[in-house]
Design a protein around this ligand. Structure first.
Ligand SMILES: Nc1ncnc2c1ncn2[C@@H]1O[C@H](COP(=O)(O)OP(=O)(O)OP(=O)(O)O)[C@@H](O)[C@H]1O
Ligand SMILES: [Mg+2]
Length: 345
């Protein structure tokens, strides 16, 4: 058996709980054959899957080799810098930094954070594009008050992104005849639509391409990690335990495919009563801090649950642009801490 044949065989080894094999996930670092001995090294940092992957590989190759040596490399220290992720393609060479806003769970505020963080970066003078990767529930056009715009093409047959509050945005929501048209796409179609948004949109030169991810840890997230050098993933959570569990899964998945975690944002951290300005910890306290500590990632900021943030989302008046100084501050802090992390400050 040659190294290529082994690599082909390894496509049968599936990563536990993910619908992807280890070849597709690009976690194979090296395969070395020496007579009837084979040595395989894998870039996987999640120790809880080592045994199962080792068993699968051993079962697969045991007839062909006398000695199978499997090594797991946990790449502990990764630089935030461009190009140091696990050999992804680069479908967005026009962007200096790609940021992915993600979470294991739905409804925790990814889109709200994406929109307000993008605007906060634009307010600092950066050129920012926001790609709404949530093809089944695109919310960003409404949050930016561009939902009634019709898609336009330029002379080079590229889609022209919508613009508001100083940022460019592209979303499936801008391509459908009306903004409540439901999409029934297979995930492969959804993925190709996103590839088109990366390649066929006239983004121009960008400092930051911010990606608002759909909920979960599925095909879209993995494809994005493989097709783009994500400089930093920003993980959004709420203080609740369930949300924190889901978020741990998302963190592990990104770590395993070699994406740097730029930090955690705890959203809906506490409720401020509009009349008394008293703080209430509705979803409990400390979840974000504990998760950040557990995975050794920075806590970029905490955003309270407020009536105005919810209303601003529906009305397309992002708090970082139109809210009180206090509200603007929540998102500016996140932007500031993120920039510090990627050594731009
Ligand atoms: N800090 C907050 N205070 C009040 N409401 C908020 C806050 N953050 C988000 N919301 C509201 O919660 C709802 C869900 O937020 P959002 O759409 O940003 O979440 P999401 O994680 O992107 O959801 P999905 O998983 O469906 O994409 C929205 O109505 C939004 O306005
Ligand atoms: Mg969303």
């Amino acid at each position: 058996m040659s190294e290529e044949q082994v690599s082909k065989e390894l496509e049968k080894v599936f990563y536990p709980n993910l619908d992807k094999n280890i070849v597709a996930l690009k976690v194979i670092d090296n395969i070395k054959i020496d007579g009837n001995k084979i040595k395989i090294s894998l870039n996987i940092s999640n120790e809880s899957v080592y045994q199962e992957i080792e068993n699968q590989i051993t079962d697969l190759l045991t007839r062909d080799f006398d000695k199978i040596d499997i090594q797991f490399l946990s790449k502990s220290k990764r630089s935030f810098h461009y190009g140091n992720t696990a050999k992804p393609n680069n479908r967005a060479p026009y962007a200096k930094y790609v940021l992915a806003v993600t979470s294991g769970k739905g409804g925790v505020g990814k889109s709200t954070i994406s929109v307000n963080l993008s605007i906060a970066l634009a307010q600092l003078g950066y050129k920012v594009g926001l790609l709404d990767a949530d093809v089944y529930g695109p919310n960003t056009p409404r949050m930016l008050q561009v939902e009634d715009e019709k898609l336009r093409w330029n002379d080079n047959n590229k889609m022209i992104p919508s613009e508001n509050y100083g940022i460019k945005v592209m979303s499936v929501g801008l391509t459908t005849p009306s903004h409540d048209t439901p999409l029934v796409w297979r995930s492969s179609v959804a993925v190709s639509a996103l590839m088109q948004f990366l390649e066929d949109v006239a983004w121009g030169e960008l400092d930051f391409l911010v990606i608002d991810m759909p909920p979960g840890t599925g095909d879209i997230q993995l494809t994005m990690a493989q097709e783009l050098p994500i400089a930093a993933a920003i993980v959004v959570t709420t203080p609740q335990m369930v949300s924190v569990d889901d978020v741990s899964r998302a963190i592990m998945m990104f770590k395993d495919v070699g994406v740097n975690i730029g930090g955690l944002v705890e959203n809906m951290s506490y409720f401020i009563a509009p009349d008394t300005h008293k703080k209430y910890a509705i979803f409990g306290e400390g979840g974000g801090k504990a998760t950040a500590k557990k995975y050794n990632i920075p806590l970029l900021g905490e955003v309270p649950l407020t009536m105005n943030i919810r209303q601003s989302g529906d009305m397309g008046t992002p708090p970082v642009a139109t809210g009180s100084e206090e509200e603007k501050g929540y998102y500016k802090t996140i932007a500031y801490n993120l920039l510090k992390g990627i050594e731009l400050l």
